[in-house]
Every structure is written in structure tokens, then in C-alpha cells.
Design a protein around this ligand. Structure first.
Ligand code: FES
Length: 376
């Protein structure tokens, strides 16, 4: 076995770690408890840079935690924590004349045992459930009402009206997702470490298929032809639940940036925005910006808006007035008519011809700056 000189002992004092190169391969080198050890730097999960993680004493030894999503490896053996079978590549270390050498080949090969989650197979393989003739209409209600105290929601009522109309008039398949009934985690911001740390399906979903966003991804990305999102206006913005969902959709948009892959194909979106007072236009603007960035198409007049003006503090009259409104009855149908009209037109559009003029990694102004310890 050949050994390669990688650095001096002085460059790796006790209680430290560093990333070194072995040809094209990056190695995470550790010096803890007066012992030097070396394992592959690319995490077996998504190739996160292990050498940039934190070493701590746990289970039966010293473990490095991957900075991207938290997988752990024993720094002396490369093995995963007890109960997991993953094995990171382990290299032999020799110290001669204050120089550190590592074996050219691993003495224990890397082996990934963590299978892809079978519950997520449709998402991983992008098994779309739409077809040329499908008419699947998904309503997502983002209002946050207490399930212990059922009460009237203007945004959800208008959404229900739209879905019933679509079913009755067009024979559409309809589905309602109420975000408040799903338990899902907040986006944990993996993207801010590295664009490749934000994965499809979302890293959180991948680690926990029971997370409620799995249902949103399946319904929105694979099943729906038309999406209607309803929100109340809260402090001039869409609801907190809407934003919580939007952040978790970062992984959909990010596929464009890192893989040039548009997941949303020939889908139409419209919106229902209701509030006691005002700010419909700002909420609509934000929603339209966000959903076009995912790849949705809008019909003309793509939202229903309801508010009663800045001075309408007599909230007790809001629902009464809403229920009487001819505008609501008419527009909850018209946004469906318009969405279906546009859907029929775009169904024949060859998606391959649609450009996604989003910034790519190569467009970055700092593309020439080397961040050499990151693997990707
Ligand atoms: S935990 Fe290492 S890349 Fe995900």
C-alpha cells in the first residue's frame, strides 16, 4: 500500500481537524485524544463536507456531525452510530518525522446502507399523475383556525365554493388540503449552507416521510393541474401558515438553480385572499411572484379578493356581508372558469421549450472564489 504525505503534525495540533486532498478525493483528517485518524470527507448522505462538522464525544466514542443534515460518523472507524450500518471510507494514518501520511486507498471502503425512503418513491422518481385529459384541482387552505372551535372562515368558504363548482360544472377531481391539519416542520435553512444541501424531496421530508409537507408535495407537484391557494390577510400579508409552506417549497425552486430542472409542468394557479380590512393587492403580488418562480402559469384576473376597507373595525359584520356578497358567489366560479380555460391552452405547450431564466450557480459573481473544503 502506498502512503501519501498530506501535512505536518504542526498543521494539525491535538483537538483539531482539517480537510486534505488525496488526488481528487477530499479526506477529513482528525487529531483528537492524541490520535490522528482519516475518513472520507464527502458525507454518504448528500456529500456534505464532514471535515467542517463538529466533533463530540457520544455513544461509544468520538463522532463528527455532518454540518448539512446531521449524519454522524465515528472519526476513528468511519462507522455510523450504533443501530445504523453506514460505513464511511477509513484511511490508515502513519506519522513519520512529524509528517502525516495517509494510505492511498481506504482500508475500509465506504458503504451506504441507508436506503431511499420507499414512502417517497413517487416524489423521488417524479411520477406525475396528470395527463393530457386530467382535470385535477387542488385547493390549499392556509388559514389557521383552532380545530377545537370550528368557525366560519371567509377564505376557506370561498375555496370550498370554487372546488364544488369545478366538480359540478366540469366534473373535475378536487382535493382540499388544510395546512392547519398537517404537522410539518419549519424550513431549517439547509440551503443557506450550500445549494446542494437543499434537496428534492426536501431534506426534512427525506429524513421524516411522515412530515405533513409530503402530502403537499405529492398533491401539488405530482397530482394537481390547477392549484387554488386561499389565505386570510394577517397584518397586511398572507397567513403565517402560508409562509411556512412557501419556505418548504424552496426545494422545488432550487431544483432549477442546481439541476436546471423545472418540477412544475403545465400547471395553473389562482388565489383567494380575504381580510377584514385591506392590502389585497400586496398579498396577491407576493403570491403571484412566488408561484411564477416555481413555474406556475396564471390566468388573467387570477385572484378573488375580499376586504371591507381600512376603517372596517366592525368585524362582527364581516361574515354577514361576505355571505351576502354576489361578488364572492360569482368570482369563486370565475377564477375556476379562467383557470380551466388557460389550462386547456397550456396543456399542449411543450414544457421543454419553456425557459427558466433563474440565476444559476455559474451566474454567481463569486464563482471564481474557491471554497475548497466544500466537496461540491
Ligand atoms: S447529513 Fe451529510 S450531506 Fe446530509
Amino acid at each position: 500500500m502506498n502512503y501519501v504525505k498530506v501535512c505536518t503534525l504542526e498543521e494539525l495540533p491535538n483537538n483539531s481537524q482539517k480537510v486534505v486532498s488525496l488526488g481528487n478525493i477530499k479526506i477529513a483528517l482528525f487529531h483528537f485524544n492524541e490520535k490522528v485518524s482519516a475518513i472520507g470527507n464527502a458525507c454518504l448522505h448528500k456529500a456534505g463536507p464532514l471535515g467542517l462538522g463538529e466533533v463530540s464525544s457520544k455513544y461509544n466514542g468520538l463522532y463528527i456531525t455532518c454540518p448539512w443534515h446531521g449524519w454522524e460518523y465515528n472519526i476513528e472507524t468511519g462507522s455510523a452510530p450504533p443501530g445504523f450500518l453506514d460505513q464511511q471510507a477509513l484511511y490508515e494514518v502513519r506519522i513519520e518525522n512529524e509528517f502525516i501520511f495517509i494510505s492511498e486507498e481506504p482500508i475500509v471502503k465506504a458503504n451506504k446502507e441507508h436506503p431511499d425512503n420507499p414512502l417517497l418513491e413517487d416524489l423521488i422518481k417524479l411520477k406525475y399523475q396528470t395527463s393530457e385529459n386530467s382535470l385535477n384541482i387542488l385547493g390549499i387552505s392556509t388559514t389557521n383556525l383552532s380545530s377545537n372551535l370550528p368557525r366560519f372562515s371567509t377564505s376557506e368558504d370561498a375555496l370550498e365554493k370554487s372546488l364544488s363548482y369545478a366538480k359540478e360544472k366540469y366534473g373535475a377531481s378536487t382535493k382540499m388540503v388544510k395546512l392547519r391539519d398537517l404537522e410539518f416542520r419549519n424550513c431549517e435553512g439547509y440551503y443557506s449552507q450550500h445549494s446542494h444541501a437543499c434537496t428534492w424531496p426536501c431534506s426534512i421530508t427525506e429524513m421524516d416521510a411522515e412530515d405533513g409537507m409530503t402530502q403537499v408535495y405529492e398533491s401539488m407537484i405530482l397530482w394537481a393541474d390547477i392549484l387554488i391557494v386561499s389565505t386570510p390577510i394577517r397584518w397586511g400579508n398572507a397567513s403565517a401558515l402560508y409562509y411556512k409552506m412557501a419556505e418548504r417549497l424552496n426545494c422545488v425552486q432550487n431544483q432549477i438553480t442546481i439541476n436546471n430542472k423545472v418540477l412544475i409542468k403545465n400547471k395553473v394557479a389562482s388565489f383567494i385572499i380575504t381580510g377584514g380590512q385591506d392590502n389585497i393587492q400586496q398579498v396577491a403580488g407576493q403570491m403571484m411572484y412566488f408561484f411564477t418562480d416555481l413555474g406556475f402559469t396564471f390566468p388573467p384576473f387570477s385572484f378573488l379578493g375580499w376586504s371591507r376597507g381600512w376603517t372596517a373595525e366592525d368585524m362582527d359584520k364581516n361574515v354577514l356581508q361576505f355571505k351576502k356578497s354576489e361578488y364572492i358567489k360569482r368570482t369563486s366560479k370565475e377564477i375556476v372558469d379562467n383557470s380551466i380555460e388557460v389550462l386547456r391552452q397550456i396543456k399542449n405547450v411543450n414544457n421543454a421549450n419553456i425557459h427558466s431564466p433563474k440565476p444559476k450557480r455559474n451566474d454567481s459573481l463569486s464563482i471564481d472564489i474557491e471554497n475548497k473544503d466544500m466537496n461540491i
